[in-house]
Write a protein that binds this ligand. Structure first.
Ligand code: ATP
Ligand code: MG
Length: 564
């Protein structure tokens, strides 16, 4: 309890506190129940942080359960990626992962029990008829003509459904509740359907599969879950959740509690839509750094700490809302600012030659990874006559506020010397190709002995020593705040065509030759970058830009908090 007291409370914690003090709950037991039909996304991270976080805080446990009742869509690849992502986020589940499919036999028995109690029947209405009989929000439904068959007939038919005697869709097992209920979910919902398809774990053993509503509550109960946290769209399903457990008189009846799902601006979160982006080639895969998936964010350089912090900040609520992507980026930036060494990289290089520096001289400059914190150590950065600087750090005509390089202007090269631009070399097209500068040997380390100050400090690399690299920069996949509001196919029309740009001519300092895949750094003055863990090789270094240095959240936050 001690730890949970430090966390801001919310309606879920309040309910758990209540159940603990009344003695209803002794050990808190939650679960995270993904369907293995896609990779996890940032919305799932919210659910993971909530379920595992609550279990941790109350010294309880949390299960990982694959909700694999939908045979045609589930794949082993997803099962593996989901486990990897949960672990990467920093959580561990209790025991082995569970699979709803492990309960198929038990669920079948539960269904038989319902039939015996006269609470379920086999119905031969087809899908259109079922819909028609269901009624609407304003009109009650009508009883199925198959509703009053005998228990024995139902048991026999259900057994024959299992034996494969009927075609897909020929019949359903339905709960017998109330066709006039104001809650549509209670109008004799389907419990089992026939699907003659191969299942990734049970193979061809089953041709009937339990529906989500039937499976979920019973899986929760079988696993002794105390609090079953789910998103708001299941609120209307709660009466059915409770009805099934009550009819079956189970000993463990978990409490379902709903919370609002996370919606994030400028992206889509439905797995179906994410799959379309992958299959239609809008992105390179589920782990494309532009994807809102955990694997995409990992590849982009986001840290698990920053994602957990984000989930903490958004909190849980009962009302749906849209969270601006810049809050997530803010959390990433805050974390990387504390943890990423600073190194130098020139993304769009232009030559800078120091005409008074000896041709064959190389100085190995000791450069601290953090300017103000020597504990982080340092690396050697070679300095020579032939350097590269950022093209954007030079202008022909300097205005008053231009502190970078221009003809006649003096600047500091970080860690090295002051240099002054003496001459600008152009190609035939008039494009600047080289800046000829002179350096002041009395400014070693980037500080002038005579106290002379310069305002601009530029990053640089030594041309002969720098490593070639490809740098990938990302913009949101969608410029539209809420692209998910667009129906299916239409949403891909809003994909931002400029969401990926590659700088192929970038050069990075040689210390990065030993960077491990996934390593995160700050490129001085540019942003946070991460060595691509998938495509980068020693011969072809690839860096992904994780986030820029600019914080756009502060502005948005100010607007949100502004009075009036
Ligand atoms: P999708 O719509 O992306 O297919 P889903 O809800 O069908 O999502 P599941 O694999 O069933 O995906 O989700 C596993 C758990 O994660 C569920 O408990 C679900 O409520 C939760 N979850 C899914 N999306 C979000 C979200 N955007 N915010 C919070 N929780 C979510
Ligand atoms: Mg689902």
């Amino acid at each position: 309890m001690a730890e949970s007291e430090n966390k801001p409370t919310n309606f879920i914690r309040m309910k758990i506190d209540e159940d603990r003090s009344s003695g209803k709950t002794t050990q808190v037991h939650t679960r995270f129940p993904p369907e293995p039909n896609g990779y996890l996304h940032i919305g799932h991270a919210k659910s993971i942080c909530l379920n595992f976080g609550i279990a941790n805080d109350y010294q309880g446990v949390c299960n990982l359960r694959f909700d694999d009742t939908n045979p045609s869509k589930e794949e082993q690849e997803y099962v593996e990626s989901i486990q990897e992502d949960v672990k990467w986020l920093g959580f561990s589940w209790s025991g082995e992962p569970h699979f709803a499919s492990d309960y198929f036999e038990k669920l079948y028995e539960f269904a038989q029990t319902l039939i015996r109690k006269g609470k379920a029947y086999v119905c031969h209405l087809n899908a259109a008829e079922v819909r028609e009989y269901r009624g609407t929000l304003t009109e009650p439904g009508r009883n199925s003509p198959y509703r009053d068959r005998s228990v024995d007939e139902n048991l026999d038919l259900f057994q024959r459904m299992r034996a494969g005697e009927f075609k897909d869709g020929a019949c359903l097992l339905r709960a017998k509740i109330d066709m006039a209920s104001p809650i549509i979910q209670l109008r004799d919902p389907a419990l089992y359907r026939i699907r003659k398809v191969h299942h990734h774990r049970t193979g061809d053993k089953w041709c009937i599969y339990p529906m989500y509503d039937f499976t979920h509550c019973l899986s929760d109960s079988l696993e002794s879950i105390t609090h079953s946290l789910c998103t708001l769209e299941f609120e209307n399903h709660r009466p059915l959740y409770d009805w099934i457990l009550e009819q079956l008189e189970v000993t463990c009846h978990p409490q379902q509690i709903e919370f609002a799902r996370l919606n994030l601006s400028n992206t889509v979160m439905s797995k179906r839509k994410l799959l379309m982006l992958v299959e239609d080639g809008f992105v390179s895969g589920w782990d494309d750094p532009r994807m809102p998936t955990i694997s995409g964010m990992r590849r982009r350089g986001y840290t698990p700490e920053s994602i957990r912090e984000f989930c903490e900040r958004i909190g849980v609520a009962k009302a749906d809302s849209m969270v601006d992507i810049s809050l997530l980026e803010f959390c990433v930036r805050e974390d990387l600012n504390k943890t990423s060494p600073r190194v130098m990289a020139v993304l769009d290089p232009i030559k800078l030659t120091i005409t008074n520096y000896p041709e064959d001289q190389v100085e190995e400059i000791d450069a601290a990874y953090f300017q103000d914190d020597k504990d982080w150590g340092s690396r050697k950065v070679p300095f020579s006559r032939h350097l590269l600087i950022e093209r954007a750090d030079f202008r022909d005509e300097a205005h008053k506020k231009w502190y970078r390089l221009a003809p006649g202007k003096e600047v500091r090269l970080k860690f090295a010397y002051y240099v002054t631009c003496d001459e600008v070399i152009r190609d035939e097209a008039g494009e600047v190709v080289e800046l000829r500068c002179s350096y002041d040997p009395a400014t070693k380390g980037g500080w002038s002995e005579d106290g002379r100050k310069v305002k601009g400090t530029l990053h640089w690399v030594s041309e002969a020593h720098a490593l070639r690299a490809e740098v990938r920069e990302f913009e949101p996949l969608f410029l539209d705040d809420n692209p998910g509001a667009n129906k299916d196919q239409a949403f891909t029309e809003h994909v931002n065509p400029n969401s990926l740009t590659k700088s192929l001519a970038a050069r990075v300092e040689p210390s990065l030759a030993t960077a491990e895949p996934g390593m995160r750094v700050q490129f001085e003055r540019q942003g946070y970058y991460c060595l691509d863990a998938r495509d980068s090789t020693a011969e072809n270094l690839i860096f992904n830009r994780t986030v820029t240095l600019r914080d756009s959240w502060a502005k948005i936050e100010k607007k949100i908090n502004a009075p009036g």
